[in-house]
Write a protein that binds this ligand. Structure first.
Ligand SMILES: *Cc1c(COP(=O)(O)O)cnc(C)c1O
Length: 612
């Protein structure tokens, strides 16, 4: 009798630990789409083609679409191997135009008297090539830049051209952040050179300093003021407003500023009201509250004689990382069009009531502009499964603890699985204590551990099909998960995944026509135990294991981490002295793609410039 038929007699339910790919013809691309939720978070840019590969499309109409797996293979042949960050310029262009169009539509639809002029906050991703592209794509819609520090102001000045024709709308350069003398001097001099630059006062002292330097240089500033709103963004970045916010002026401070400007006869310099309630605002209600409050402040400032022209609504437009369209922190419960509509209608209402001209609307969306264009590709170097061997479990056991274990294992069924799980834990502990007192040989201890994992596996198969898993079994799936060794450093490439447990969509970029039969977590190559990903997007919640394919001999297995364009690249660090990741900037064309730009990652052995 074969081992397998013996096992089936014993009703062990031999299910392949590693799953097999054959016999699964029923798995389709649609199943993969659903499983990884690619339409939810990826639309209109990412999908899956009939070969089971992820595709990238420039504008979602699939006119020009690229096979991501083939791209990675062809880049690898040119020695640009994973881990690899690919930036798609077309997606960047589409995001800018999309945001602009949403505001244009809202302005037309609600008959709004003002215009829209977006700016990109440099802190989100300040790579030179990216900022250059951004400025180029943004030209037609007068998209400008936002600087949050002196070095960012330098970047903005290098990237933005001035518009010689004064009648034309100029891209804005909004100066936020902490400002010292040098920052303000540079800003004023740039104004003198023809930039449409607005200095946003965020601390009371900045006003006197700006007025003093402006007198010395004889350059009249355009000023904005950042208000500390009472309305709060909820969630992780919700501290950006309220009484204890780091930046912004309280209402009494704003009134003092107004008084001071009036005394020196410069009330006409104050033209912009700014607020920022935080990043990744998941609930549209929070945005609406803030706009209503800010509109009132704007109207009153105008009525009090300030020369108000601009209302800057800051950042916060969220990205739907899990595709659920909910107010979970990894998602958002509104569309970009809803966002624009709400801003336009609320500001219009406020201004109509106060009989004040509708301002030029400015937004500082970073995440929503830049997240989609970057994909991080990495390969899996190895996997590690829990080591247990079902067939060897048939041998009769001599020691009572092992006999007991064997019986427990056999008895596991649909009704007693929770109880038997606890029995198995107890038996494992008992075996360990017997081993420590010299009653169990190494071989017998090994049997006990194998029996323990065999029990866990059997129980895991039972709860796999249950909707309602008892809480004490919740960790079982994670404990049973295979470990996939990912060729990357989480600290370097996706710091927010480690630092603030942010979720990004992760999925294989090929073999999607086959069922992913394994469940795994990802660990990176750094030596830290927290260099791992064990939380994955899920429509309702968070899942602790990711469905993956078993590795095949001699074949690379590529995973993609998506929507990583905002904040990640620029915060990555040198933990464990890993070299930097290769970067490829790609333009999708009608006949494939064009490499616009490559940055070969430097190995630490080559003495990276950032350590010099
Ligand atoms: C961070 C920041 C932004 C960008 O926020 P997103 O949520 O990425 O759009 C905009 N304005 C200010 C002042 C910021 O600090």
């Amino acid at each position: 009798m074969s081992i397998e038929s013996k096992l089936s007699k014993l009703n062990v339910g031999l299910v392949p630990k590693q799953g097999r790919e054959d016999g699964q013809q029923s798995w389709t691309i649609e199943d993969s789409k659903r499983l990884y939720g690619i339409h939810g978070w990826g639309e209109p840019y990412f999908s899956i083609n009939s070969a089971g590969h992820v595709t990238v499309s420039d504008q979602g109409n699939m006119v020009n679409s690229l096979d991501l797996f083939e791209l990675v293979e062809s880049l690898s042949k040119r020695n640009i191997r994973p881990p690899l960050l690919i930036r798609f310029s077309d997606i960047l262009q589409d995001r800018i135009e999309r945001l602009n169009n949403c505001f244009i539509q809202a302005i037309a639809r609600y008959n709004y008297g003002g215009k829209y002029q977006g700016v990109f906050p440099i802190k989100c991703n300040q790579h030179r090539h990216l900022i250059k592209e951004l400025v180029r794509y943004g030209k037609s819609c007068h998209f400008g830049l936002e600087a949050g520090s002196k070095p960012e102001l330098m970047i903005a000045l290098a990237a933005l051209e001035t518009e010689p024709n004064r009648d034309k709308l100029q891209p804005l350069l909004i100066c936020n952040g902490y400002k010292d003398r040098e920052y303000i001097e540079t800003a004023l001099l740039a104004m003198g050179l023809g930039h449409k630059l607005i200095i946003v006062i965020e601390q009371p002292e900045e006003l006197s300093l700006t007025l003093e330097i402006s007198r010395q240089l004889d350059i009249k500033p355009i000023l904005g003021v950042r208000a500390k709103l009472n309305s709060r963004g909820v969630g992780r970045w919700g501290n950006s407003t309220g009484d204890h916010a780091k930046f912004g002026l309280s209402i009494p401070q704003i009134l003092k500023m107004l008084q001071k400007l009036e005394t020196v006869g410069m009330l006409d310099c104050l033209q912009l009201l700014h607020f920022h309630i935080g990043s990744q605002i998941s609930a549209i209600a929070a945005i609406k509250d803030a706009i209503i409050e800010a509109s009132q402040i704007y109207v009153q400032l105008a009525q009090m004689g300030a020369n108000m022209q601009y209302l800057d609504v800051g950042g916060g437009l969220a990205v739907d990382y899990n595709g659920s369209k909910t107010n979970l922190s990894a998602s958002k419960n509104y569309s970009m069009q809803d966002y624009a509509n709400d801003i336009v209608t609320q500001v219009k209402d406020g201004c109509d009531r106060g009989q004040v001209n509708a301002p030029i609307l400015v937004s500082e969306s970073g995440r929503a502009i830049i997240a989609h264009q970057s994909v991080l590709i990495f390969d899996v170097l190895d996997t590690n499964d829990i080591d247990y061997d079902l067939p060897t479990l048939i041998a009769p056991e001599k020691l009572p603890v092992l006999t007991n274990f064997w019986e427990t294992y056999q008895s596991i069924n649909e009704t007693n699985y929770q109880e038997t799980y606890h029995d198995a834990i107890q038996l494992k502990e008992k075996a360990l204590s017997l081993f420590n007192s010299g009653y169990l040989s190494l071989r017998e201890r090994s049997r006990a551990e194998q029996l323990y994992w065999a029990c866990c596996h059997k129980i895991a198969l039972i709860i796999q099909n249950k909707d309602d898993v008892p809480e004490d079994l919740a960790d079982l799936a994670t404990n049973m998960a295979s470990i996939y060794y990912a060729n990357l450093s989480i600290f370097k490439s996706v710091p927010d995944s480690w630092a603030i447990q942010q979720l990004f969509p992760i999925m294989p970029i090929h073999r999607l026509d086959k069922k992913p039969t394994a469940k795994g977590i990802l660990v990176d190559l750094t030596c830290d135990s927290d260099g791992r990903v064990d939380r994955f997007i899920d429509r309702q919640d968070v899942k602790q294991v990711l469905e993956l394919h078993p590795l095949k001999d001699q074949q690379s297995y590529y995973l993609g981490m998506f929507l990583v364009g905002a904040y990640q690249e620029i915060m990555g660090n040198l933990h464990n002295l890993f070299g930097s990741t290769n970067v490829a900037q790609i333009q999708i064309t009608s006949h494939g793609y064009q490499i616009e730009h490559i940055v070969q990652g430097d190995a630490i052995a080559q003495g990276p410039h950032h350590l010099a």
